[in-house]
Write a protein that binds this ligand. Structure first.
Ligand code: MG
Length: 260
């Protein structure tokens, strides 16, 4: 099931998307009542997907991100693979949806894309064993862990470098029925492939990451865990269109603009 969040004539709701993504004209969104953490209750209101505006599929309370979880990416940055997972937060205010813009922050001149598989949490949880992580996961979506690389290097903590407004595009929807263990993940910029990896290359798989994070903190329904980026990160410039694609989930495209 694909769960989207959308706006139609000013009304915002969640919905279930049906149809073939390879044939966009077949896609229809069926609005559901309330939130998607319970079995969806269709309202009977349907729209062609082309008639709605897709929003970020979730407004998380927090986003917990994992760094250096693909060996080739750690290597390209000149870093060792950390002995324990490296985690950081991106704030809720950094989230934007599909078709929204990434606004180049004024304090940086080295913006970079990081294509990542995002895990959306479905229920409140703490101290989740790795082999039970699937019980707390609602589904998966695409993320771009947009990073001001110069600020990341210059500043001891990454709050500004990875937490500026628009630094966390999410979407296009949450896929609840995909096995995330070996999916192709790509990033293109203006149609040129920059990153191409597989989720099976993660150093620590999703269950271990959820276990590690929830050993420390409670995750809430809608919280998002970013699972690291494969090799090939590179620059984003004003005017670029960056697209993160994950097999079996979809494609998240955003344009880079100058902050107004
Ligand atoms: Mg990242």
């Amino acid at each position: 099931m694909r769960i989207a969040r959308f706006s139609h004539q000013g009304n915002v709701s969640f919905g279930v998307v049906q149809g073939d993504p390879a044939q966009p004209e077949t896609l229809v969104v069926h609005a559901i009542a309330g939130h998607p953490f319970e079995p969806p209750q269709p309202t009977g209101v349907n729209h062609p997907l082309s008639q709605v505006r897709l929003l970020t599929p979730m407004l998380p309370n927090k986003i917990v991100a994992v760094g250096r979880n693909y060996a080739e990416h750690a290597k390209e940055m000149g870093n060792e693979v950390p002995e324990t997972p490296l985690t950081f937060f991106k704030p809720s205010t950094s989230v934007v949806g599909p078709s929204e813009n990434i606004a180049y922050p004024p304090f940086s001149s080295e913006l970079s894309h990081e294509a990542e598989l995002a895990v959306v949490i479905g229920r409140m949880c703490r101290e989740v064993p790795a082999d039970r992580a699937h019980e707390v996961i609602l589904g998966y979506t695409c993320a771009n862990d947009v990073t001001a690389r110069d600020a990341q290097r210059a500043e001891g903590q990454w709050a500004r470098a990875k937490g500026f407004d628009t630094a966390c595009p999410l979407g296009p929807w949450i896929e609840t029925d995909v096995d995330p263990s070996d999916l192709a993940i790509t990033c293109t910029v203006n149609g040129e492939v920059r990153q191409s990896g597989r989720t099976s290359q993660m150093i620590r798989p999703i269950g271990e990451l959820i276990s590690f994070i929830t050993e420390a903190m409670t995750l809430l329904p809608g919280d998002v865990v970013l699972t690291g980026t494969p090799a090939g990160v590179g620059p984003l410039n004003v005017g670029d269109e960056v697209a993160v694609g994950i097999e079996g989930i979809g494609t998240l495209a955003n344009k880079v603009i100058k902050r107004g």
